[in-house]
Write a protein that binds this ligand. Structure first.
Ligand code: FE2
Length: 386
């Protein structure tokens, strides 16, 4: 038999729509899985498209301190900047095109939030997070980070001017990824030009899917609309064909682990007892805690027409400042812990003041916009820090 005859094309077995929701402190996500109809794609546990969402000055939200054990999180930024901090003292910033492959292993506590200056200015946040399960014998390994700048990740031109492929894991068109994975994984991001086709070699035996970020296109003749996921049959290649606009599509495959999965929130183990142990370890502080950032966090709560000026004034004065006019968001952030809460005239001022006092935050009144944006408020905050 020739190589040609041994080829076996993959097709799309089923197409799934995504669910919309929020994560962390309330940032919007689009989630193709896990859902009731698609609980996982072994070895992949979750895929979230984060945003895209736009926020005003100081109003960005992320995922404050939370734990992980037993798997890996892969964050791929498309727009905006995320800041990462963890219990082992690691700290980094992810910008457009950058990838962080975090092996949580035995456990980390980390926070993922819009980077301070980006948050203060406001902007647009868009990215992806994929969760990759670890085999039973690797669930308790030491945590490891691979922070890879976009400039180091290969982007290969496809034959016939069909477009480009960014090789995040595995290989494509003879180009290998710079990120290494614990088990065999292929993670490719294609941008196919209108009307163009490309046939991609895919490892046989891997479970795999395509997920459309934008544009229109078909995998093996099946249309996969934006924010939809197409599950692939087995095979060693896949034909991708763009429609009449550029098609931005992920092709992700991995060798299945075929092991029992016991999952609860941020813990993914093999048995319920192991999940309970993870929860106990987290509650007892054995997964660690995040050290307080060096600057002091200030939350401004004001009506929409005053908020931007207040946030901009305090950011310019060098404060690590967040802001919101939404009472529910204010309440979540106060409960998550802030050093000082600046309360301007706001319908929920009294209630939020009581909540902030009860959680140990300093409470400062900003009676009017002129006062708050000026040097007076800055001086009062500096007096608090001592
Ligand atoms: Fe996380």
């Amino acid at each position: 038999m020739t190589a040609q005859e041994t080829q076996h094309p993959r097709t799309v077995r089923a197409v799934f729509a995504s669910h919309q929701g929020t994560e962390g402190a309330g940032f919007p996500i689009t989630r193709p899985f896990p859902t009731r109809t698609l609980p996982m794609v072994d070895p992949f546990l979750l895929l979230d498209e984060m945003g895209p969402y736009e926020f005003g000055p100081g109003q960005g939200v992320g995922a404050p301190d939370h734990p992980h054990r037993g798997f890996e999180t892969v964050t791929y930024m498309l727009e905006g900047r995320f800041e990462h901090r963890d219990s082992a003292g690691n700290h980094g910033i992810l910008g457009p095109g950058d990838v962080q492959w975090m092996t949580a292993g035995a456990g980390v506590v980390h926070s993922e939030t819009p980077e301070k200056d980006f948050n203060a200015a406001g902007g647009r946040l868009h990215g992806l997070q994929l969760w990759v399960n670890l085999p039973a014998d690797q669930k308790m390994i030491e945590p490891r980070y691979q922070d890879t700048p976009g400039s180091a990740i290969p982007v290969v031109d496809l034959p016939d001017g069909a477009g480009t492929v960014k090789v995040i894991a595995g290989e494509a068109e003879g180009e290998g990824a710079v990120i290494d994975t614990r088990t065999p994984i292929q993670y490719l991001h294609f941008t196919l030009q209108p009307g163009k086709r490309h046939t991609q070699a895919v490892p046989a035996g891997h479970n795999g899917f395509v997920y459309t970020l934008s544009g229109r296109g078909a995998a093996a003749g099946t249309d996969v609309p934006p924010q939809h996921l197409g599950i692939l049959t087995d095979g060693d290649r896949l034909e991708l064909a763009a429609g009449d606009e550029p098609w931005s599509v992920l092709l992700i495959t991995g060798r299945p682990l075929d092991e029992p999965v016991a999952r609860w929130g941020p813990f993914v183990m093999n048995t319920e007892a192991q999940v309970q142990q993870a929860l106990d370890d987290f509650r007892a502080g054995r997964l660690g805690r995040i050290q307080a950032p060096e600057r002091h966090r200030v939350l401004v709560v004001a009506k929409e027409d005053e908020l931007d000026a207040l946030v901009a004034g305090l950011h310019a004065a060098g404060h690590d400042v967040q802001g919101t006019s939404d009472p529910a968001s204010a309440e979540r952030r106060i409960r998550a812990g802030v050093e000082a809460v600046v309360l301007a005239d706001h319908p929920h001022r009294r209630r939020l003041s009581m909540l902030a006092t009860s959680t140990g935050s300093h409470v400062l009144d900003a009676p009017d916009a002129d006062d708050a944006a000026g040097a007076d408020l800055d001086a009062r905050l500096r007096a608090l820090w001592g």
